[in-house]
Design a protein around this ligand. Structure first.
Ligand code: GZL
Length: 343
């Protein structure tokens, strides 16, 4: 489709303001991770990208949004239309329909939940607009509804967490002990929640002595995480392991556990296994409040930029790209890594 610079001015003016607000969110951004300046054609054409973001529920999300805001800039050859879905699928669907109406060049969606996307994605396909899924996936039999996915393998993250707990317990000759486990799940039916829960279950099912006492959604937020953990502490007097499917819920759980006068850590009453490994989460690992934190890479802006640049050149791209991730636990010296952490 033809990109006419003049057509975008009124939209760009207001959205540039939104992006400015976003980039003003006080994050220190490590310029090394900013994308290479894309080729901007001499006649001032830009690639117009519409992003339908999940919301602003967590620190991870803030960094993820910042990554898009600092990648899809005019100096990199883009105009960014950005919509915050406030964790509601209907808001994201509305945003995608808006992008279609405005004839953007690419639609980027981070689907808050996996189902309910077919009709709006058919509209985007009928309009000839490529859709790139980021971070979370959708469940559909029709793979023609999106061009590709780039993000984390959540099931692998959950599986690694289960394997870590196996090693932790065997190191302490606790393989036969009764281990009471509660789980603070993320937003139900999101691929991050489904994957992490499923991955951990792939391991826990081999351990009859792992008692999966309860699981409840903390919506990936700190406030809800506090609430759910306080409830679990009332219900279960002897919790050994708390699995938090993101750091913000872990922060809420830490508060609730401390308020209940319980000790965290390998020599305390219980340990926390968390996900995201944002800087603040790793600082809790250093304090011993989180035993292990599984990384989930939020810096997807440059990944999407690279995909778009390939598509612009007519190059073939893979359907699924998983970003590389690791984990950090209490046995590691994290000082240097944490100091260098940009988010
Ligand atoms: C994971 C992402 C999740 C994070 C949460 O990639 O979808 O959503 O783990 C965020 O912090 O809210």
């Amino acid at each position: 489709m033809k990109r006419v610079f003049g057509r975008w001015m009124p939209v760009v003016a207001s959205l540039t303001m939104i992006c400015t607000l976003l980039t003003g969110c006080g994050f220190e951004y490590n310029s090394e991770t900013e994308t290479e300046t894309a080729d901007v054609s001499q006649n001032g054409q830009f690639i117009v990208v519409g992003i339908a973001q999940v919301g602003s529920e967590s620190d991870w999300r803030t960094t993820n949004t910042k990554s898009y805001a600092t990648t899809f800039t005019e100096e990199n050859g883009y105009h960014l239309l950005f919509e915050d879905g406030q964790q509601e699928q209907e808001n994201q669907v509305k945003a995608v329909r808006e992008f279609i109406l405005q004839g953007v060049d690419y639609i980027v969606i981070d689907p808050v939940v996996e189902t309910g996307w077919e009709s709006v994605l058919e509209e985007a396909r009928d309009a000839g607009i490529p859709v790139i899924l980021v971070d979370r996936q959708i469940s559909t039999d029709d793979e023609s509804l999106y061009t590709c996915f780039v993000g984390s393998d959540f099931t692998l993250e959950g599986q690694r967490a289960g394997e870590w707990l196996e090693n932790y317990l065997s190191d302490r000759n606790m393989n036969e002990d009764e281990i009471n486990i509660v789980t603070l799940q993320g937003t139900l039916e999101s691929s991050a929640q489904l994957g992490r829960t499923e991955g951990f279950a792939k391991i826990s099912r081999y351990h009859d002595n792992w008692n999966m006492l309860d699981a409840k959604s903390g919506e990936f937020t700190q406030a809800k995480g506090y609430e759910v953990m306080a409830e679990f502490l009332d219900l279960y007097p002897d919790i050994d392991v708390v699995v938090c499917e993101n750091d913000n819920m872990a922060f809420g759980a830490i508060e609730a556990i401390e308020d209940a006068g319980k000790e965290l850590g390998p020599n305390g009453d219980m340990i926390i296994i968390s996900f995201d490994a944002i800087k603040a989460g790793m600082e809790e690992v250093m304090k011993g409040n989180i035993a292990v934190d599984f990384e989930c890479n939020p810096l997807l802006g440059p990944e999407v930029d690279a995909i778009i640049q390939k598509l612009e050149k007519g190059e073939k791209i893979g359907k699924v790209t998983y970003v590389s991730e690791t984990y950090y636990d209490f046995t590691m010296d994290l000082e240097n890594i944490v100091n260098k952490r940009i988010y």
